[in-house]
Design a protein around this ligand. Structure first.
Ligand code: HEM
Length: 144
């Protein structure tokens, strides 16, 4: 699947201008919508975490045209997330909050095509992170 790089770049440029807004909303929404995730961050400095998440989103968007750089960075990020206690089932929760908060920040600039571009982009990001994660088969495939 080819991502809509231009739309991702132009919409994220607007999010970057609203970093404070994004950060204020992201974890509040995540923990309200998915309380199951909150305990993973018990020992985290949330101000630092907000900055790290935003920096990694900047890196992702800056690397959309350099897929080898992006794939390597995301696989490494996915590997580290196993140690944070993150499970594959948590990825759609974070994705849904991410898109919700982008919509809040972008207001009328959150058009159906921008939304579609981000649904596809998050799907790829999550899949590449999971490729780097090496979960045991029984976690990835509970029926087996
Ligand atoms: C697009 C997907 C995601 C991105 C870009 C992302 C980004 C980051 C970054 C940059 C860090 C800082 C540490 C590091 O670089 O290793 C981090 C830590 C963390 N992330 Fe994520 N993450 C994503 C998905 C998730 C998901 C699905 C969860 C599940 C709840 C999650 C939970 C955590 C936790 C618990 C930490 C550790 C916080 C700490 O160090 O105290 N992340 N994430």
């Amino acid at each position: 699947m080819s991502l809509n790089v231009e739309l991702l770049e132009s919409s994220f440029a607007q999010i970057k201008e609203r970093e404070t807004d994004f950060s204020a909303h992201f974890y509040t929404n995540l923990f309200t919508d998915y309380p199951i995730i909150k305990p993973l961050f018990t020992n985290s400095d949330m101000v630092e975490q907000q900055k790290k998440l935003f920096k990694s989103l900047v890196l992702v968007v800056d690397s959309l045209r350099k897929s080898d750089v992006l794939t390597g960075a995301l696989k490494g990020l996915g590997t580290r997330h196993v140690k944070y206690g993150v499970l594959p089932e948590h990825y759609p929760m974070v994705g849904s909050t991410l898109l919700k908060v982008f919509a809040i920040c972008l207001e009328e600039a959150w058009t159906p095509s921008v939304e579609q571009a981000w649904i596809e982009a998050y799907g790829v990001v999550a899949q590449v992170m999971l490729d780097g994660a090496e979960y045991p088969a029984e976690i990835l495939n509970p029926a087996v």
